[in-house]
Design a protein around this ligand. Structure first.
Ligand code: GLA
Length: 487
């Protein structure tokens, strides 16, 4: 069952919780009164479907137990005051009369300030409300999603800020509207992300992953095998997609590939941007046929800017203005075949993954008619027809594709994936990549041994980390629910 369109973010009573109490105290110390409400938005791990949301294809994430927690109160003065429970993050204040009051600029090293993500969420909400807002806002923020880890700490922060502001302004939006608004708002940071992170932040349900489709935004729960666990392990390489142009470069390479496929086939002849999925729709082809088309039309490994503009029948200046972003306009060479192939093949993997789950685990357990547990996995003796093996193989293929075609892996991520493989555990990088985490599908009975092996072989031997500290970088997940307001 998909999430009803008009479903609202739940408002619940403030639970008794240590972290919440601590934040309550910090808020009191900073602002001299108790907060009026709390907002909690989870991070996410994407199981499969990487770098395809901004091309219009479905993805399959789940919400984590780690989250961003905000304590908030409205004020009479039209000002915004921000604090972080971690004192290493600087304080912030500004006027809050119009979206133009919120200036999103980088620090002297070109990295975004921590509060920029909060500003993105509030700026988006202000624009949505046409700047017709009453009063101001005090927010105190606490997060336990490891930053720059590919687990969506930034999107959770944008989403939590946007939700806090909308709630304070008594704006009545449903979950899908807020998720779409947050996805749009986050682009103020400069990256052209898709909507996966914000969608799962609001539409997640406990105990299941979500099959998220875009345009229109919808989520359908997907039951996962009961006898396997998704384990997340940090590569110790930071992945801050707003600090480089790697992410946007992939976005525009997909954009250019899509436009060339369209124009060469006589569709979408105007100058509008199209996604790879829209081209598929326009050409009425299936994913396999799209893959063949890419092989046929985009056969070169590298296209120069001149070649691309010639194929699109536009000048390089037009190309800059219509298809490129400010931080990709200087790029002179593009990899179009590799990126488009990844997207179409990854979209196929997501479909196979979802169908396998639907067929074998309709209620979160094996669809078992013969009395044996047909998803049981035996280390070193896996049967290729077993559903967990099918799911794992798809995840391994996804990683290979992200590494070789999309070129967004990192040596540390590959090392983690290789160590996992040695234990017959399938894994892949999750999130944008270039660092951050892997997610592994690990049979339940192997989890402890798997985690211990990663600790020894990766954190201790490869990264020289103290064993006592290493354990904090790897954890097993349980799918969590989406955003909540406490009052
Ligand atoms: C980031 C973006 C998402 C998505 C992933 C890659 O997390 O915010 O929209 O594109 O990267 O799958």
């Amino acid at each position: 069952m998909s999430v009803p369109k008009n479903d609202k973010v739940p408002i619940q009573e403030i639970p008794s919780d240590t972290r919440l109490n601590r934040l309550n105290n910090v808020f009191f110390e900073e602002f001299g009164a108790k907060p009026q409400f709390f907002v909690k938005v989870p991070g996410r791990v994407n199981i499969i479907g990487e770098h395809i949301d901004y091309c219009g294809y479905p993805v399959l994430p789940l919400a984590l137990e780690q989250d961003i927690l905000i304590a908030g109160s409205t004020t009479d003065t039209q000002e915004l005051h921000l604090r972080n429970s971690d004192k290493k993050y600087i304080k912030y204040w500004s006027q809050l009369k119009s979206s133009e009051d919120l200036e999103i600029k980088s620090d002297p090293n070109g990295k975004p300030y921590w509060y920029n993500y909060v500003l993105c969420g509030i700026k988006g909400a202000l624009e949505y409300l046409n700047n017709e807002v009453v009063g101001g806002l005090q927010l105190c923020i606490d997060g336990n999603i490891p930053p720059a880890s590919g687990l969506s700490s930034s999107s959770a922060l944008v989403s939590a800020a946007c939700l806090s502001f909308l709630y304070a302004q008594k704006a009545k939006l449903c979950k899908t509207e807020i998720a779409s608004l947050c996805a749009k708002s986050e682009r103020y940071i400069g990256t052209q992300g898709g909507g996966m992170d914000q969608a799962i932040a609001f539409l997640a349900e406990k105990y299941s992953a979500q099959y998220i489709t875009f345009d229109p935004l919808q989520a359908q729960p997907v039951s996962l095998p009961e006898d396997a666990v998704f384990v997340v392990a940090h590569s110790l390489a930071e992945a801050n997609k707003a600090a480089t142009n790697d992410f946007n470069r992939r976005v525009i390479e997909c954009r250019l590939a899509a436009k060339i496929l369209a124009v060469s086939n006589g569709v979408s002849l105007d100058r509008n941007i199209v996604t790879l999925s829209q081209v598929q729709g326009l050409l009425k082809k299936n994913l396999e046929e799209m893959i063949n088309l890419v092989e046929k039309l985009l056969f070169k490994n590298i296209y120069t800017k001149k070649e691309v503009s010639d194929m699109l029948n536009i000048t390089e200046k037009d190309m800059d203005e219509i298809y490129l972003t400010p931080n990709t306009r200087h790029i002179k060479e593009f990899k179009l075949r590799q990126r488009a192939l990844h997207v179409y093949e990854e979209a196929m993997r997501v479909e196979t993954f979802r169908k396998t789950c639907e067929e074998h685990f309709p209620n979160g357990r094996c669809n078992n008619t013969n009395g044996t547990n047909d998803s049981t996995y035996t280390n070193g003796n896996s049967n290729s027809s077993q559903p967990i093996h099918i799911l794992g193989t798809l995840m391994s293929e996804s990683h290979e594709s992200l590494k070789n075609l999309y070129e967004c892996s990192h040596d540390n991520l590959d090392r983690l994936v290789d160590i996992s493989k040695e234990m017959n555990v399938h894994s892949r990088l999750t999130g944008a990549g270039w660092g951050g985490c892997i997610v592994a599908l690990c049979p339940k009975e192997l989890v402890d041994k798997y985690i211990e092996t990663l600790v020894d072989k990766f954190y201790v031997q490869y990264c020289n980390i103290d064993k006592s500290k290493a354990r904090a970088y790897v954890f097993a997940t349980t799918p969590n629910h989406g955003a909540v307001i406490y009052k």
